[in-house]
Design a protein around this ligand. Sequence first.
Ligand code: IPD
Ligand code: CA
Length: 263
Amino acid sequence: MDALEILREASRRIYENVKDLPGTDLAAGDFGRGAGGDISRNIDIVAEKTVLEYLEEAGFECVVLGEECGRVELSDNPSGYVIMDAIDGSANAVRGVPFFCSSLAFARGERLSSVTAGVITDLTGGQSYWATSGGGAFYEGKKIGVRHGDPIYKIVSVNTSGASRELLERLQPVFENNHTRHFGANALEMAMFARGLVDVLIDIRGKIRIQDIAAGYLIAREAGGLLLDEHMRPLDSDLSYETRISFVAAANRAMLDKTVPKI
Ligand code: IPD
Ligand code: CA
């Protein structure tokens, strides 16, 4: 099986193993701080364990970079890295708010730009988004693309969770002139952007970890999206646990310039 098939099967198993947990006391069990710095909840641990056990069972030669488990070397001769956020949107999942997903990516090298396969699965219903480098992006088997042109309602996702007053002031023009949203799971919002449901994504809090973005980065790029860092340069980064990312995504430069006037 190639990397994409491995990630798709791992995601399918996550869905099977966690689908009865969201919103329950069992989901919330506290396992202390994970490698990514947040409290690991039982639902995060169940989902990660599912992936680790499957990768071992499949004999996939890789190093796992998990949000909770940290770096796990599953081979002495790895073909690359599996970048795993087994539950993105953990707060929603624990509370039972129906917006959370799994995000799995495979990278051949040590940079975001070396991601060659990505799978995001909506864990509220099991629907899956995936992409391979140069092979396009798909939702439930159908090719997807970002939305060009002016929609009736322009939806701009702005991540304001934990934002400072200064950041909110910088973002004020965006709030004033658009239908702004933030649903609470960055990876799933990237996937929805790739599918043309969200027009612009803005997360310039400097909080996003590599695990939150690796799969969405490839899916959005393969769907034709423009992905830039906070200096408006093409988005890229290393895969380190210390790295925190800010980014903006839009279908094209004109849409971005219209939406994000000098933030
Ligand atoms: C979180 C989500 C959320 C974002 C947070 C992330 P997690 O990921 O992506 O949208 O606002 O910064 O930490 O912790 O649920 O995997
Ligand atoms: Ca997570």
